[in-house]
Design a protein around this ligand. Structure first.
Ligand code: SF4
Length: 285
């Protein structure tokens, strides 16, 4: 049995940047609050918590004063920045530059469409940190849609400007846009391609990778939307794809039946965890 880790796997640029900045801060002070999970991977969160990271909720942040709080790669709405100012909290802002740009585009789109009495539509997961940050740019007036049934929430008589959460998949975005266009009364619709290239290029590569191996161990946190998406692509290309969060989830006897075992993961899966999976399989060989 041989193993291979997908070349493209590992953290995306935005997450690497946020974690580097966090580790730098932890080295200096030994402790730092982070608003929400720094990354959707409990193993990596645990590693960083052991170094002094303290994950807090927005409610907890409201009780803090005169301290430092990190904003993770997903970004935050303007209200969080206002809260920090009021409570004299220094923000270590690790919002991914691509998310930051999208926030600016949504804000500009909202200001423009407001003049035409139109609507901002965001294709994304309701309640996801990035989507909350985007909605915040629109005074929370954006309509969030995640599936076709949600389209009924859109006023089809108004001009629309549609954006996507950066980690959604291209195919679903394209499909939902075409349904909206087919139902819209006037066709006054602007669409911004806001899917992160890192995610879309991984999608193309991961299918090739899954086909090139006998089975895939896909390592991801259960709450990573990008992880679930990439896992489903792997499974479509190779039915012998298994979702694992850590080495305990590996069914060694099953894996031993395959000659070439591929290992991949979400954009939030650390490389050290994929290497740990590789070592576990090799040790059992
Ligand atoms: S997936 Fe893309 S947009 Fe999102 S944090 Fe990573 S690099 Fe940034």
């Amino acid at each position: 049995m041989r193993t291979i880790i997908e070349q493209q796997a590992g953290f995306c640029f935005g997450v690497v940047r946020a974690i580097n900045s966090l580790e730098e801060q932890l080295q200096q002070s030994g402790k730092l609050y982070c608003l929400g999970d720094i990354v959707h991977n409990s193993m990596e969160v645990k590693r960083l918590e052991d170094k002094g990271l303290q994950t807090i909720t927005l409610e907890e942040m409201k009780t803090l004063r005169n301290c430092k709080v990190m904003i993770r790669a997903h970004g935050e709405p303007p209200s969080t920045y206002e809260l920090a100012k009021t409570n004299n909290i220094t923000l270590i802002d690790a919002t991914c530059p691509m998310v930051l740009k999208l926030q600016k585009d949504v804000l500009k789109g909202y200001q423009d469409i407001k003049k035409k009495n139109g609507q901002i539509v965001i294709f994304g997961k309701k309640g996801h940190a990035e989507v909350i940050g985007l909605c915040g740019q629109t005074e929370n007036n954006a309509v969030v849609i995640s599936k076709e049934e949600d389209i009924d929430k859109i006023d089809m008589t108004k001009p629309l400007h549609i954006f996507s959460q950066t980690t959604k998949n291209k195919e679903d975005y394209r499909n939902i846009i075409s349904v909206i266009k087919s139902r819209h009364r006037t066709g006054d619709i602007l669409v911004t391609d806001s899917i992160c290239k890192k995610v879309s290029s991984r999608a193309e590569k991961i299918e090739e990778f899954a086909k090139s191996v006998d089975c895939v161990l896909f390592v991801s946190g259960k709450n990573s939307s990008n992880g679930l998406y990439l896992y489903n692509l792997c499974k479509r290309s190779n039915p012998n794809t298994f979702f694992i969060t850590d080495t305990e989830d590996i069914d060694i006897e099953k894996v031993k039946q395959f000659n070439l075992v591929g290992i991949s993961g979400a954009t939030s899966t650390p490389m050290w965890l994929m290497k740990k999976v590789e070592q576990t399989i090799c040790a059992a060989n």
